[in-house]
Design a protein around this ligand. Structure first.
Ligand SMILES: Cc1ncc(COP(=O)(O)O)c(C=O)c1O
Length: 967
């Protein structure tokens, strides 16, 4: 390699952990002469890719940052007053730097291991408290994907409450005309497959009878008007149905909250609480409901419980609702949500407090009324007299106003030929009003306006003005100075184990490096300050990334078309299944609704299939983890005439490349079905094989796994889908794309309904995956796969003999992950998988994936980003734990009172003067030398899950409860 080649390939060596020397040693342990032979013995030859990927060559980090800066300049940052659920916002720098740009926050995993996740659990509890307070509804979840999908979740929650399977007596859902268009679109998409009939109309004239199960209204509505829905809500309740209000958190600081108006549920986006626009996301949606719905709420809920020492401890509550346990009977398919963004929004509320938020809201309202008065003075009609931050103006002709606005680099929302909406936000300055009002002036008679610091909002109707207090908890009333805020954020960060502490070996989750150069551009204004509905000629930088990334993903998957709209893996599944469904319908195969799903599938698969209106038929697995082909054949035969397809994961969730995969996809095709591939395990495919080569018709990619988007403590994520040509017409569309297509713009998507609120989902994080592919290049992305296989097989080889490794191929190799069986220790030492997981915390590690897909096991996925020393540290820790188990087996250690059963050990318990355990404090907290050099202390002892579910508390408790706990 010459000097200059070395420069451009520099990132590969930063991203991939082992260097040449280490790789050699690792191969020796595995017993393979070189990487190529290992890969050849691992990936079945029948499905191997026989060509190099047609992707650009690698760029160095420096080159990439110059490149992406240049691309960003094609996006134009206009002053944007479009609104429609997206508002410019000021991310407080202390939050930007210490949360958004901090790997201590963004590289965390979903807080399944509660003892080492108390920081983000606390912050998510703040989020729930904030949402619950502002909406005046008692139960809130820890975020959903976006406002539109949150509205759809409310719709299905109501539907499932009133309609039992096969007995649909209330099929109709009312949607007020003035709900945001993107929300309507997603509601339509979600309603159709499960037999919900959407009825739109004016809520004031709607006749809701017992055929309706629910209704949605927007508050303030799409045109900015604040409506009093009390009478409507009463009528809906009289008909036995439920109401969800889509609403705005900032407005609710001034408005009577939905709970006080009688609403059953409230949804919306927390974006304007400090989360950048980012061309549509990622942002946290919120979801709050009456107590009656707590067991059917979608998404993750954080709850308060106690630990083994009876101290307060947080953890995820009521998990039995969720897809990973309930599968096709789950309340929703939500897995990844928007935790990082929920944390940012919660921090924004912590930093500003109730008075600060109210102040921002009042200022926005006063500026809006100033603009409205000036525009009225100019002779225009403002549609409603009751508004907060948005007005809609009737004009004779939008053209001259639009021309003038564009000349001043201003975006307004042009609803139709005669209506313009203007939405203000916290970034609006008094000076901005001159330019804004000027768009409506003829320049000869400019209007003067006057604003006073003690002006009050005058257009919030008295009977809808908020009187109830909110955010009264001390956490929202303490951290006003930057010093205190910075320390609060740090204090929480210190409680959480992230990738900046140690490797996180979560099988199926691919916790790889989220490189700084991949992340940095997200903070740049030319990416972060773009509204998702900005005109196409202002978003050319985004369009370039969208087009290039779509092409790269098609090349990598060997498929033909791509939609970047789904904003999580599960959303990708749903979008892909809809494509299959629409395809069958277009072929007059309306009856094809059976989806075969292997027993080992991730819970989101069956949950998504049900959402797409399909029936799930489970296919068995063989002892070696392969799909039972005989069972598959029988089931495909039985359902031949109504077979919609199969959902498979490849390599399977058992971590093996099944040699039979092609036979499986052939069988499905022979019966007229389509093959859906769950691409969660693409990290074992890229450059070596591809879904298209294996026989998939459609596949989703978890960009937050293989393509380096960080997990953010439970989101954001992106789940684009790639499809073969015949499914391309059925990819998700979006209302904003239709107008773009009509105006001659480029779009790679077809006319089907939207699955997300924004056309490209959480568009700004696409940059991370784009960076990943550009900096690794055509060779680097394949190398990443090869090293992922090397690292997994090295760990497997080191652990084999001491632990039983489940499911390897006929050469004894695993793919990019492997399963360690811990079930034998239950009998030999009364040790369960959970004990091993908790003990790993004392060694400074996050547990691997627990009990998925096989109960009583752990699934280890090291990824390519870890070097040999880190892999060794983890193996040493597990082997040391094995020795501890052996001590129990041999009677040297008590079966009940031992370091595993008592794990994790907190600092408090180890320094306590009444230490009376049959092992030393050193053994408890510093079981290996390396731990003394970088000790991570779990902040609570083992959390009691059942206590928390039995005594459900999902908001910050009154301060007295902390005092009681201390007493
Ligand atoms: C195999 C598999 N499929 C689907 C998903 C769902 O993806 P997401 O969490 O992005 O919705 C996961 C998530 O862990 C997974 O492991």
């Amino acid at each position: 390699m010459n000097l200059f080649e070395k420069q451009s390939c520099e990132f590969i060596t930063r991203h991939i952990g082992p260097d040449e020397q280490q790789a050699k040693q690792m191969l020796k342990t595995i017993g393979e002469p070189h990487l190529e032979s290992l890969v050849n013995k691992t990936v079945p030859p029948a499905i191997r890719m026989d060509h190099e990927l047609d992707l650009p060559q690698a760029m160095s980090e420096h080159q990439y940052l110059l490149h992406i800066k240049e691309v960003s300049m094609q996006n134009k940052v206009f002053k944007t007053y479009i609104g429609q659920g997206y508002y410019d916002t000021i991310t407080p720098s202390v939050i930007l730097r210490n949360v958004f740009e901090n790997p201590g926050w963004y590289t965390q995993y979903t807080p399944y291991q509660a003892e080492i996740s108390q920081g983000r659990l606390e912050s998510l509890l703040n989020f729930q408290t904030m949402v619950s307070d502002l909406t005046a509804l008692p139960i809130a979840n820890a975020s959903l994907l976006d406002e539109a999908t949150a509205a759809a979740e409310a719709m299905t929650m109501f539907f499932n409450t009133l309609n039992k399977q096969d007995h649909i007596s209330h099929p109709k859902f009312f949607v007020d005309n003035e709900v945001f268009p993107q929300t309507k679109d997603v509601l339509y998409t979600r309603a159709k497959p499960i037999g919900i009939e959407i009825v739109t109309g004016d809520y004031r004239k709607a006749k809701i009878d017992s055929t309706f199960f629910g209704a949605i209204v927007q508050y303030p509505n799409d045109k900015g008007s604040i409506e009093d829905y009390r009478g409507f809500i009463k009528d809906v309740h009289t008909a036995g149905a439920f109401v969800v209000m889509a609403t705005d958190l900032l407005a609710l600081t001034l408005l009577t909250p939905p709970g006080e108006l009688g609403a059953d549920c409230a949804v919306g986006s927390a974006q304007r609480f400090g989360v950048p626009l980012g061309y549509g996301g990622p942002h946290a949606a919120f979801f709050a409901a009456k107590d009656d719905f707590k067991r059917s709420l979608p998404g993750r809920i954080i709850g308060v419980s106690v630990d083994a020492n009876n101290n307060r401890a947080l953890r995820m509550a009521l998990q039995t609702r969720e897809q990973h346990i309930k599968r096709e009977k789950a309340t929703s398919n939500i897995c990844t949500a928007q935790a990082l963004l929920a944390n940012m929004a919660a921090m924004y509320a912590v930093f500003h407090g109730p008075d600060g938020l109210k102040n921002i809201a009042k200022r926005v309202a006063v500026l809006m009324q100033t603009v409205a008065q000036a525009i009225e003075e100019l002779g225009f009609e403002v549609l409603s007299n009751n508004y907060f931050d948005t007005i809609t103006v009737t004009v004779d002709d939008i053209a001259p106003i639009r021309d003038k606005a564009l000349r001043q680099q201003i975006n307004l929302r042009y609803i139709d030929d005669k209506h313009i909406s203007i939405a203000l936000d916290e970034t609006t300055l008094t000076e901005d009003l001159y330019d804004l009002i000027n768009c409506f002036e003829n320049d000869k008679n400019p209007v003067a306006f006057d604003i006073h610091s003690d002006d009050e909002p005058e257009h919030i109707p008295g009977n809808l003005s908020r009187t109830s207090p909110f955010l009264t908890h001390p956490v929202f009333n303490t951290h006003r100075s930057e010093s205190q805020m910075m320390r609060y954020i740090k204090m929480l960060e210190n409680k959480d184990l992230s990738l900046n502490t140690s490797m996180i070996t979560l099988g199926s989750c691919t916790m790889k490096l989220n490189a700084a150069s991949e992340m940095m551009p997200l903070s740049w204004a030319h990416w972060s300050k773009i509204h998702p509905f900005a005109p196409a000629d202002q978003t050319k930088g985004y369009q370039q990334v969208v087009d290039e990334l779509s092409n790269y993903l098609c090349e990598i998957t060997a498929l033909d078309a791509c939609s970047l709209q789904p904003n999580s893996g599960a959303q990708g599944e749903y979008a892909g299944l809809l494509a299959i469904r629409d395809y069958h319908e277009a072929n007059n195969d309306h009856h094809r609704n059976v989806m075969l799903i292997p027993i080992s599938a991730h819970g989101t698969n069956p949950a998504s299939a049900v959402m797409a209106g399909m029936k799930v038929v489970v296919v068995k697995a063989l002892e070696n983890g392969y799909i039972d082909v005989e069972d598959l054949k029988a089931k495909a035969n039985d359902h031949s005439s109504d077979l919609a397809g199969i959902m498979i994961t490849y390599p399977s969730t058992y971590g093996v490349y099944e040699e039979t995969v092609k036979e499986i996809t052939d069988i499905i095709h022979q019966h007229g079905g389509q093959v859906y591939m769950d691409g969660a395990n693409m990290n074992a495919q890229v450059g070596l094989t591809a879904p298209g080569l294996i026989g998939a018709d459609v596949c989703h990619l978890n960009l937050h796994k293989t393509f380096s988007i960080p997990h953010g403590g439970g989101g954001p994520g992106m789940g684009p889908i790639c499809v073969k040509k015949h499914l391309a017409p059925y990819l998700p569309g979006h209302p904003s794309m239709v107008s773009r297509l009509l105006s001659g713009g480029q779009s790679s998507t077809g006319p089907s309904g939207a699955v997300s609120a924004a056309p490209y989902g959480s568009a700004s994080i696409l940059l991370i995956s784009y960076a990943y592919i550009r900096m690794l290049g055509n060779v680097g992305v394949r190398n990443a796969t090869e090293y992922a296989i090397l690292n997994a097989n090295y760990m497997r080889a080191r652990l084999q003999g001491q632990f039983e490794i489940l499911y390897t191929n006929h050469n004894g190799q695993c793919a990019h992950e492997f399963i360690v069986d811990l079930r034998p220790f239950k009998k030999s030492a009364e040790i369960e998988a959970e004990d091993v997981a908790k003990r790993l915390m004392d060694y400074g590690f996050h547990a691997p994936t627990m009990s998925f897909p096989v109960p009583g096991t752990i699934m280890i996925e090291p990824t390519e980003s870890e070097d040999k020393s880190e892999l060794d540290r983890f193996c040493d820790a597990l082997l040391s734990i094995r020795q501890e188990i052996r001590d129990i087996e041999e009677g040297k250690m008590d079966r009940k009172n031992n370091p595993l059963k008592n794990a994790p050990h907190t600092q408090q318990s180890v320094v306590s003067s009444d230490w009376n355990r049959p092992y030393t404090r050193e053994q408890a907290a510093f079981p290996m030398y390396y731990v003394t050099q970088n000790k991570f202390w779990p902040s609570v002892a083992r959390v009691n899950n059942t206590y928390g579910d039995r005594n459900l508390i999902c908001t910050c408790e009154p301060i007295e409860s902390y005092l009681e706990a201390e007493a």
